[in-house]
Design a protein around this ligand. Structure first.
Ligand code: FE2
Ligand code: FE2
Length: 190
């Protein structure tokens, strides 16, 4: 297995875990009455799933992990496990943890993986990793904003790009500014 293939596998696992963690954070935010933050976490969860699928597609790996992410039953079990392990804190703490995770991903993990992909001339992997890195930056901004005042997050519907995971509040742009996909194809998350 090349370094890039190893990296993609690590990134795939990380994105899948993040997607589930955000679903758990969304549940907690709803419990605390922060419905806007819950929606943001659900949108980010969809986005991380897009990243996981993209990495999996480049890897041509078995789609066991994706199948688990597509199963609400599995997600409910995974959320219950996170809750029983004490991994789900208050919404303010969850937002901080999410912000730290995203920041680490776009500042350290993904740049190092992209350097490896460039070195190994792995173009598809590089694109998948670059999209994910760019969008983690978008998520970090959204979490940072939400952290300032969780009660003030009022976006009714988020839109997630099905190709790169770009996550936008309210109306989608005409085209995804990151990958060029038509905004009509964005996935609405409420
Ligand atoms: Fe993210
Ligand atoms: Fe996109």
């Amino acid at each position: 297995m090349s370094k890039t293939e190893q990296n993609l596998q690590i990134a795939l696992n990380g994105e899948a875990q993040a997607s589930i963690r955000y679903r758990a954070f969304a549940k907690q935010a709803d419990k605390e009455g922060y419905s806007g933050v819950a929606r943001l976490f659900r949108a980010a969860a969809v986005s991380e799933k897009v990243h996981a699928k993209s990495h999996q597609c480049v890897l041509k790996a078995e789609d066991q992990i994706i199948a688990e992410l597509d199963s609400e039953e599995n997600i409910a079990i995974a959320i219950a496990q996170l809750e029983s392990e004490g991994c789900i804190k208050t919404t303010a703490e969850n937002l901080k943890a999410a912000l730290d995770g995203e920041t680490d991903a776009f500042q350290k993990t993904y740049p190092a993986m992209i350097r490896d992909a460039v070195e190994e001339n792995a173009l598809d992997a590089r694109h998948s990793l670059e999209y994910a890195m760019s969008i983690e930056m978008v998520h970090a901004k959204l979490f940072k904003k939400a952290l300032r005042d969780p009660a003030d997050v009022q976006t009714p519907v988020y839109h997630v790009c099905p190709l790169c995971g770009h996550t936008v509040e309210n109306q989608s742009p005409n085209k995804c500014p990151y990958c060029g996909v038509d905004s009509k194809k964005f996935i609405p998350v409420d």
